[in-house]
Design a protein around this ligand. Structure first.
Ligand code: UD1
Ligand code: CA
Length: 417
């Protein structure tokens, strides 16, 4: 089988983002955009993935970690120069090289696969992933000849008025015959409006050598959006949100208002969960069957058990059992564990607390650094006074205890069954 390599371009600063954060690290659905790209490469079974880093190299390398090799482009003189930096690692190899930009995070593995297949079966030296953009402004345009063959790519800044009316754009994703790519790159110059070494010039160079150049047109423009500014960033957020929500709905989750519900890419949700508007579920959260989440709730890195209800509350890094009732207006802070049938609501704050089965704290309480048994009742206004100004102390309460209203339990304190 032909060897397959990928080069991810991620050295640019992202001037148009107007940000101290390097462009490819801006999150979409809570995950740095370059990681979306790297994740989609996983299923392609590549023999080698090389990421070109420059601005913020250290941060970008630490985010991507072991999933790629890295080469550095000290000065950002264009996408062509960026790819050239990978020559040391790739130049002498035979195979297919997929080039992707770190700022096109929504292209899926299926599209990459289709592109690679098209490329390898046509025997072209280069295949461009193109799409028809409703508004092509800012993208490189694909210029075809009278036989409808791809001739070259012209950047917005270099395009004539007529060329700018072309709607078929370069998505910044390509497949190349690896050797042909590095050979052609040697002939790229920076004689253009931006004074950069454009990778896109390789197309015309190959074409002039009578090599076969192809375009693979995808119909899903949304997938190929390039993130150059915060407007595109918000658009990508919306597109990805719709994609994630649609997948959950296909799997049997009811989402009352999908435009108004934000679910992270790693969240697992079982069938017959209902999600109300204004809900944000992120991290590695797992929501079990028949749970009802929202409205207006935030859940981060939590497991929510079967049939539990979370209403107008914030829950982080905690485990919620079955048929638990949380809310309205509860703040559950990290390392809390609620056993089955617990009820907490109406301005209750929990932190590093475990509450046994059927325990209730229904009004205005703070329970922190506490181990609480089952079927305990907290009256309104109960406080575990866990902090003496220097150290945190624990409160331990046994099963079936009854704590009256306005009680301060000054920790360390133990109350029996
Ligand atoms: C590029 C393409 C354009 C295409 C568009 C698709 C070129 C010349 N133009 O334009 O045809 O329509 O993507 O989104 O390739 N980068 C480096 N080193 C550099 C310059 C850029 O690593 O010296 C990286 C950036 O970090 C970014 C990617 O390459 O991830 C694309 O660079 P960008 O400046 O955003 O190119 P566009 O102007 O969007
Ligand atoms: Ca771009």
């Amino acid at each position: 089988m032909v060897k397959r390599f990928a080069v991810v371009l991620a050295a640019g600063q992202g001037t148009r983002m107007k940000s101290n954060l390097y462009k490819v690290l801006h999150p979409i659905a809570g995950r740095p955009m370059v990681l979306h790209v790297i994740d989609q490469l996983k299923s392609l079974q590549l023999d080698k993935t090389t990421t070109v880093v420059g601005y913020g190299a250290e941060e970008v390398i630490s985010v991507i970690g072991e999933r790629s090799e890295f080469v550095t482009q000290e000065e950002q003189l264009g996408t062509g120069q960026a790819v050239m930096k990978a020559e040391g690692l790739l130049g002498n190899l035979d195979g297919t090289t997929l080039i992707v930009c770190g700022d096109t995070p929504l292209i899926t593995d299926k599209t990459y696969e289709a592109l690679i297949e098209h490329h390898e079966s046509s025997g072209a030296k280069a295949t461009i992933l193109t799409t028809n953009a409703p508004n092509p402004t800012g993208y490189g345009r694909v210029i075809r000849n009278e036989k409808n063959e791809v001739e070259r790519i012209v950047e917005e800044a270099d395009a004539s008025n007529v060329e700018r009316t072309v709607q078929e754009i370069n998505t910044g994703t390509y497949c190349f015959d690896n050797r042909a790519l590095f050979e052609a790159l040697k002939n790229v110059s920076n004689d253009n409006a931006q004074g950069e070494y454009y990778l896109t010039d390789v197309i015309e160079i190959l074409k002039n050598k009578q090599e076969k150049v192809e375009a693979y047109l995808t119909f899903d423009f949304d997938e190929t959006i390039g993130i150059n500014d915060r407007i595109a960033l918000a658009e990508a957020e919306t597109i990805l949100k719709r994609r994630i929500n649609a997948q959950h709905m296909r799997n049997g989750v009811t989402i009352i208002d999908p435009e108004n519900c934000y679910i992270g890419p790693d969240v697992e949700i079982e069938q017959d969960v209902t999600i109300h508007p204004g809900t944000i579920i992120t991290g590695s959260s797992v929501i079990k069957s028949k749970a009802v989440i929202g409205p207006y709730s935030e859940i981060q890195n939590c497991t929510v058990g079967e049939g539990s209800l979370i209403t107008q509350s914030v829950v982080k890094d905690s485990v919620i059992g079955k048929n638990v009732n949380v809310g309205p207006y509860v703040h559950i802070r990290p390392e809390t564990q609620l056993e089955d049938e617990v009820r907490v609501g109406n301005f209750v704050e929990l932190k590093k607390a475990s509450l046994g089965k059927g325990t209730k704290a229904s009004h205005l309480s703070y329970i922190g650094d506490a181990q609480i048994g089952s079927n305990v009742n907290f009256g309104c206004g109960t406080i575990t006074v866990n902090y003496d100004g220097i150290k945190k102390h624990e409160t331990i309460i046994g099963d079936d205890a009854f704590i009256g209203c306005n009680t301060n339990l000054i920790a360390p304190v133990t109350i029996g069954d």
